[in-house]
Design a protein. Structure first.
Length: 231
């Protein structure tokens, strides 16, 4: 199958190794992907700040970029923008049908993961502190962890939690955003985890920023990177 691959901004600029691993996963799943050179931000920061005029403008641009393509996004948060926010913001507009078509054609990372041939999954070992995406259910989180039976998993004490990166908090309320991330970083350190695992590089980068500011040494990975080790 052929797909357009949307590379999230944070992944592209800060985690090129994860971008390369995402492409490897697509190849393993026998997905033929193209990366549109003219792609841009999904508009998530503007949705979160309530700047809907700017978000709508970016959305219209992306509807032209991706058109009727099958779409894979490397970010659950971007995925939610395409599948949930676009149809709402373009409701009763000339772009409504295009936004609904894009939402239907957007394939989740969980769908990609389910199609992988994981020949080396038993060799993936270690202790991982897992920070699920805010929209993930407990069932989804458990299903991901269950695949890696040789790994030790630790979840945040408050399971339905946020790292502090959401709703542009690092900009609008930096102190509060840092405290939220610091709570998770301290838990990961106490658990002696080898890595912090996130499902989204927005969360990952925010936690790295807070760790650096507080001189906490911790390694991070995207769940994409763990699946790449299992191929």
């Amino acid at each position: 199958m052929s797909f357009a691959l949307q590379i999230p901004c944070v992944m592209q600029h800060f985690f090129p190794e994860t971008m390369a691993n995402l492409i490897k996963l697509c190849a393993n799943a026998k997905y033929t992907v193209s990366i549109p050179e003219n792609q841009t931000c999904c508009g998530l920061p503007y949705f979160e700040k309530g700047e809907l005029k700017a978000a709508k403008s970016i959305g219209e641009y992306n509807l032209n970029v991706f058109g009727q393509d099958q779409l894979i996004s490397g970010s659950p948060k971007c995925q939610d923008a395409y599948t949930s926010k676009y149809p709402k913001i373009f409701n009763n507009t000339v772009s409504h049908n295009e936004s609904v078509a894009l939402a239907k054609n957007a394939v989740s990372l969980d769908t990609l993961f389910a199609k992988l041939t994981l020949n080396n999954i038993q060799s993936v070992k270690g202790s991982y502190y897992f920070v699920p995406d805010c929209k993930s259910s407990g069932k989804d989180t458990q299903a991901l962890m269950d695949k890696f039976k040789s790994c030790t998993w630790v979840l945040p004490k408050l399971h339905a939690t946020c790292c502090g990166a959401g709703t542009c908090m690092p900009i609008t309320n930096k102190e509060y955003a840092f405290k939220m991330a610091l709570t998770l970083l301290n838990e990961a350190t106490e658990a002696k985890a080898d890595f912090i695992i996130t499902q989204d590089d927005i969360c990952r980068k925010h936690m790295e920023n807070v760790a650096k500011a507080h001189h906490i040494e911790i390694k991070t990975l995207n769940i994409i990177d763990l699946f790449a080790q299992a191929l």
